[in-house]
Design a protein around this ligand. Structure first.
Ligand code: F6P
Length: 325
């Protein structure tokens, strides 16, 4: 396939997610396959603004498909929130002679891309965030690895919690979205899950009531999953212990959910989305996000994608509780 595209840039931005490396590899190798030069931009948009850039060849992306983190490093760029930063980034893009910039990241990174597009930069987004909080795509790279890590940890807590007949309160990531918590709760067989979307409705009294009911129905240990955005995990554990008399331990999984070797699901989506991003650029598409919906990859305008608001799946929330009896 002949193409007018000569040179593209690629960066990772925002919180890292397992599978970002697989996406960098796919973008680089697809581009090289069509004789397109690839510049790797380090530390997110900061690298573009500061010229922290290195050409990537096929070997630079060897042995990374199986690694968590990102070889390009990442950052949440404060400068990109300023008009000056945006102008600087757009200026460097022009000086480098880039035909497009592939942005691998989440919601915040795409807001930056949307702004940059108004300064003449052609941005193509690849959704990568463990939070799964983009409504325009049913999948975001990193989610599967993160929930597998979370459910593995919960399984281990279940062992010790069951031995001691204790209650375990586990905090998983997700500042604004409860998807990680919902999936970890379901896969870990938790009896209660607290998510940011419901934080004004479900309180500690409700949780304690549930624990007491389950104990009187014969449960010998308890497992409660709390999303980071709800917070107060240690306080909740203290309250449960004080009011029920059941020994309770709090565990905050924190950033360990952001690392680790990506699962096959993450490697597959990252590879396909990386490939599709380059194809979109070659097809002359401008300012798009590569998304995965109903079993297919396609593209959507960045501005349209950002307007969509993700609503959590209430059915998962209900089923977690039904199955925990
Ligand atoms: O990348 C998403 C995420 O891991 C959220 O789940 C979490 O709330 C946030 O990033 C943590 O950000 P930071 O790494 O800046 O502490």
């Amino acid at each position: 396939m002949e193409t007018k595209i000569k040179k593209i840039g690629v960066l990772t931005s925002g919180g890292d997610a397992p599978g970002m490396n697989a996406a960098i590899r796919a973008v680089t190798r697809t581009a090289l396959n069509y004789d397109i030069q690839v510049l790797g931009i380090r530390k997110g948009y900061n690298g573009l603004i500061n010229g922290d850039i290195k050409e990537l060849n096929g070997k630079d992306v060897s042995n990374i498909i199986n690694n968590g983190g990102t070889i390009l490093h990442t950052a949440r760029s404060e400068e990109m929130r300023t008009e000056e930063g945006l102008k600087k980034a757009a200026q460097i893009y022009k000086v480098l002679g880039l035909d497009a910039l592939v942005v691998i990241g989440g919601d915040g990174s795409f807001r930056g891309a949307d702004e940059l597009s108004r300064h003449g930069v052609n941005c193509i987004g690849i959704p990568a965030t463990i939070d799964l909080d983009l409504d325009c795509s049913e999948y975001t790279i990193g989610f599967d690895t993160a929930v597998n890590t979370g459910s593995d940890a919960i399984g281990k807590l279940r062992d010790t919690s069951s031995s001691h007949e204790r209650c375990s309160v586990v905090e998983v990531m997700g500042r604004n979205a409860g998807y990680i918590a919902l999936w970890c709760a379901m896969a870990g067989g938790a009896e209660e899950v607290l998510i940011p979307e419901e934080k004004d409705i479900v309180n500690s009294q409700h949780v304690i009531q549930q624990i007491l009911e389950n104990r009187s129905a014969g449960k010998r240990h308890n497992l409660i999953v709390v999303a980071e955005g709800v917070g107060g995990t240690q306080k909740l554990a203290n309250e449960i212990q004080e009011i029920t008399g059941i020994q309770t331990r709090a565990t905050i999984l924190g950033h360990l959910q952001r690392g680790g070797s990506p699962t096959v699901i993450d490697r597959m989506h990252a590879s396909m989305m990386g490939y599709r991003a380059v194809k979109a650029i070659m097809n002359g598409e401008k300012n798009k996000i590569v998304v995965y919906n109903k079993g297919q990859y396609h593209t959507i305008d960045i501005s349209e994608g950002l307007k969509m608001k993700k609503v959590y799946d209430e059915e998962i929330y209900d089923v977690v509780k039904i199955l925990s009896i």
